[in-house]
Design a protein around this ligand. Structure first.
Ligand code: PIR
Ligand code: CA
Length: 317
């Protein structure tokens, strides 16, 4: 039985590849897609989610629009949370994409998540957010019973040694730190697939060759996404090859051994002067807090890229 997931995204090049992987892998049933403001404003991330869903044939599932602003405070606009440099003005710059072939679901993202989870069996759905956690925080406040019914939450965000928005904070967590604090503190298991893990998932020249060798329209789109995203990473972060963050969260659901994770106490800092949005992580129990979540630590690089290549091939057939 494939694992049912709800992908909550802010596409975003790596979100787009996460959608592709979820749709193209037989171990997963992509049950719904929800959008959130993050890499770009909500209108653009929603449109991008629909365009990518159309591209990969995820056309018979509900797609719902989510939160436009953070849960409690204003959107950060001082430049620390700014993804325009790597994702472009559309949020998904690069190759031309098909226009959406579906209508948006009339419900909010939070309501769609609640409806699916409450109608399903306990443990039927895994939530996979790859953007700011506003929709999940709203959903669990509106209907607290989802917390006990969701199998797990696998989040791309955070990190235990590095930040990318500030010295301490990762982009998705900083973008809505209060929402993230609530989601990580709730009584479900969040697997933090953070930067320590995702910076291992880089699209090296060898990987790029493998993708190009597939030789289909879809593989060319992915190749051009990686061109754009890679150029941004090179100029902004001085990283020679781009990390495909969000696909790592989907890979964790498909094959947990590919994204090795360890028990930890994880909490989101919301008061620090220099550490606002940090995912404080304790692997040893030093702080006296019981383990409440999981932190992804080690990627099986070859197995990860096998999954991506396999998904592109299946969706191209
Ligand atoms: C990636 C992101 C934001 C900014 C940069 N520079 C790079 C997005 C990705 O979509 C991913 O979900 C997360 N935020 C990585 O921090
Ligand atoms: Ca993202």
């Amino acid at each position: 039985m494939p694992q049912k997931i709800i992908l909550d995204v802010d596409p975003g090049h790596d979100d787009a590849i996460a959608i592709l992987l979820a749709q193209g892998n037989p171990e997963i049933e992509l049950a719904a897609i929800t959008s959130v403001a993050g890499n770009q404003v909500l209108e653009k991330t929603t449109y991008n989610a629909m365009r990518v869903a159309t591209l990969v044939g995820a056309t018979n599932i509900p797609i719902a629009r989510g939160a436009e602003f953070p849960l409690v405070r204003e959107q950060i606009t001082d430049g620390s949370v700014d993804a325009g440099s790597v994702h472009g003005v559309t949020g998904l710059d690069g190759p031309e994409l098909p226009e959406p072939s579906m209508e948006l679901d009339p419900r909010s993202a939070a309501q769609l998540i609640i409806d699916l989870v409450m109608a399903g069996e306990p443990g039927e759905y895994t939530l996979v957010p790859t953007g700011p956690l506003t929709n999940l925080a709203l959903a669990m406040r509106l209907e607290p019973r989802i917390v006990g019914r969701v199998k797990e939450v696998v989040h791309m965000g955070g990190g235990y040694t590095i930040g990318n928005a500030t010295a301490a904070a990762e982009f998705n967590v900083l973008a809505d730190a209060e929402a993230a604090a609530a989601v990580y503190a709730a009584d479900w298991t969040v697997t933090m697939v953070g930067l320590d893990l995702t910076h291992q998932a880089i699209a090296t020249p060898e990987v790029r060759d493998r993708i190009r060798a597939i030789g289909t329209d879809l593989s060319r789109v992915v190749d051009e996404w990686l061109d754009f995203f890679g150029a941004g990473y090179e100029s902004v972060w001085k990283m020679p090859y781009p990390p495909i963050h969000d696909a790592c969260a989907v890979a964790r659901v498909i094959a947990p051994e590919v994204v090795h994770s360890e028990e930890a106490w994880i909490a989101v800092e919301t008061k620090g002067q220099w550490t606002y949005g940090e995912t404080v992580t304790d692997f040893t129990g030093t702080g006296g807090q019981p383990f409440n979540n999981l932190a992804a630590t080690k990627l099986d690089f070859d197995a990860f890229w096998d999954l991506i290549v396999d998904a592109i091939k299946r969706l191209s057939a």
